[in-house]
Design a protein around this ligand. Structure first.
Ligand code: DGY
Length: 321
């Protein structure tokens, strides 16, 4: 019997794909075009599996061209690039990769929190550019994490891993989320508060919600104006949760002290974007889960999801009903 045809939207390291290569016929899209490339169209009718990245929209129009599709496996925990309802209607299972990236993303959250609070990059730039001068007691002063209030929006697995770190740093932890998390309240003294209180009381506000119609644009002018002028925003979630234009104004006009963004809207953020020119804004290119170990684990889970979906078995992690 012929092996099932699987479309991989972009090339990935050979070692990550070994188990897949044995079981399926693979066609691979280009490395430099987001989306499932139109050049792969001749394979759409036959494809039974689709392995996507978070930059690849999977919508009704694409699904309609893949009548034999059984499974979409996304190499990410977030599935906002995929029309889940359309997949469910068509009986297509959607896989994703929660869990394996939790600690790497929480580490990166702290890397950004510390870097933006202490002005690590502007200070390092000054040193490199010969602006060190004599040591002064009042130069490059930053904010302290110890004793500060960390507001976490979205206390899921990643939010909780951030809370665990914050507790070890001696931070007070507030959170806003759909469901109370009594274990987090017991373990780290986290207190659940309404959204408005989270904004008003946090010295650092860290975003860990999925992108949904409810979260899209929630951090706009009203929210940013409610934050303390000394507060920092960290976005590890998805760019469109924050309204970019409002954030530019907030940083320019001092509504908040600074921001660290691992995700932006749009992505990639074009080099001429005003956010890059603001000294109180630190931007990294969506690298929250980018460690050797984690990306390999994500690939393992994505491949396992895909193979299970092709066999009609339960996925390791399924994102749609
Ligand atoms: C995800 O998995 O959704 C992250 O944004 C990238 O690892």
């Amino acid at each position: 019997m012929a092996k099932p045809l699987v479309i991989l939207s972009h090339p990935m390291p050979e070692a990550w794909l070994a188990p897949l290569k044995e079981a399926v016929r693979l066609v691979v899209g280009p490395p430099d075009v987001a989306g499932v490339d139109v050049g792969l169209q001749p394979y759409f009718a036959e494809a039974e599996g689709l392995l996507t990245w978070l930059i690849d929209p999977v919508d009704e129009a694409l699904l309609a061209q893949m009548p034999r599709l059984k499974v979409v496996s996304n190499l990410a925990v977030g599935v906002d690039n995929i029309d889940l309802e359309a997949c469910t209607r068509r009986g297509v299972a959607v896989g994703h990769t929660p869990g394996v990236l939790t600690e790497a993303v929480a580490d990166m959250t702290f890397a950004l929190l510390l870097a933006v609070a202490r002005g690590v990059f502007p200070a390092a730039d000054d040193a490199r550019a010969g602006r060190w001068g004599l040591w002064r007691p009042d130069a490059w002063l930053g904010a302290e994490l110890h004793g500060a209030t960390l507001g976490i929006w979205g206390l899921g697995q990643i939010g909780q891993a951030v809370a665990r770190r914050a507790h070890a740093f001696g931070m007070r932890i507030l959170y806003t989320g759909r469901t109370p998390k009594p274990e987090a309240e017991r373990a780290w003294g986290a207190a659940r508060v309404p959204w408005e209180a989270l904004l008003a009381e946090s010295d650092f506000l860290s975003l860990h919600v999925p992108l949904t119609p409810q979260t899209r644009g929630m951090v706009g002018e009203a929210a940013l104006r409610r934050m303390k002028p000394t507060a920092y925003l960290v976005n590890m979630a998805r760019g469109p949760v924050v309204q970019t234009e409002a954030l530019v104004r907030a940083l320019q006009e001092g509504w908040i002290a600074g921001a660290a963004l691992d995700v932006t809207d749009p992505e990639p953020l074009p080099p001429e974007h005003p956010l890059y020119r603001l000294p109180n804004c630190l931007i990294t290119p969506h690298i929250g889960s980018a460690t050797h170990t984690t990306r390999r684990r994500m690939a393992e889970v994505a491949v396992a999801n895909l193979l299970a979906g092709l066999r009609g078995e339960a996925l390791l992690y399924r994102a749609n009903p």
